[in-house]
Design a binder for this molecule. Structure first.
Ligand code: SF4
Ligand code: SF4
Length: 238
């Protein structure tokens, strides 16, 4: 088994006993795994990165409403294929830009593919994504009321914000900052070494359309060239 260095921080006081191992955080959210995390996860399962991605991940594209093009993962909605845009509109999406993020797959019961329903634990606990390790203290808001934001989670109710939850928040932002710098420099396509062949587009956690790797990479290339609608009439062709 791969030896994994612990995250460079101490957990908040009481965190270990406060987590009820209810598994709700593995069911309610779709999880992103960063490129260097995929490297560790593949090694943990003694697989190549390509095999790991093909076996355990799906291409899940989360569309979040966003107000401007200044985010390295953002794309104007008019660049989306017509069918996807129509499905987005009918699902109540009102933003002008979307943020694109690759996600780990989930099962039919909405639990993450790595959730072990027998032990209510994570089958890659030692190398799980930072997003999971730091949950629920990962807000982008300053002075977040974690207990309110995640009222289903007992761990969020420990006396927050403590110094260590602030450290966790800072670390989380730094790690994403490094990732965004890479995306801004290399583009999203090249930031990840491999991509799953197909998957789904999500909005508000619901699947709204299928998407293929080829289709997404074409969109990303287009977004890299010009993050503006190609014309005022409509979307790129399917
Ligand atoms: S972190 Fe919270 S939601 Fe996740 S298993 Fe622990 S108590 Fe449940
Ligand atoms: S990777 Fe592990 S901790 Fe993270 S959501 Fe999946 S099962 Fe839960």
């Amino acid at each position: 088994m791969e030896t994994v260095a612990p995250l460079p921080m101490t957990p908040p006081p009481g965190a270990v006993t406060a987590c009820q191992k209810c598994g709700e955080c593995c069911r309610r959210y779709t999880i992103s795994t960063l490129p260097h995390e995929i490297e560790r996860q593949a090694k943990f399962f003694k697989l190549s990165e390509e095999q790991f991605i093909s076996i355990y991940t799906r291409l899940l594209v989360q569309f979040l409403p966003y107000h401007s093009s200044d985010h390295p993962l953002s794309m104007h909605v008019k660049m989306l294929p017509k069918k996807i845009w129509e499905n987005l509109q009918s699902s109540g999406f009102e933003g002008e830009y979307v943020i694109i993020l690759p996600m780990i797959g989930f099962k039919k019961d909405n639990y993450c593919v790595f959730f072990d329903s027998k032990t209510f634990g994570c089958s890659m606990h030692l190398v799980k994504p930072m997003q999971c390790t730091l949950f629920p203290f990962t807000s982008l808001k300053d002075n977040e009321d974690y207990a309110k934001a995640h009222d289903f989670c007992e761990l969020s109710k420990i006396s927050s914000p403590t110094n260590s939850t602030s450290e966790i928040q800072k670390f989380h932002r730094q790690e994403w900052g490094v990732f965004f710098d890479k995306v801004a420099h290399w583009g999203l396509e090249k930031t990840y070494p491999h991509w799953p062949e197909d998957g789904h587009v999500l909005h508000n956690g619901k699947i709204i359309a299928p998407i293929q790797k080829k289709q997404l990479l074409a969109l990303l290339e287009l977004a890299g060239k010009k993050n503006k609608p190609s014309n005022e009439k409509g979307n790129v062709a399917q």
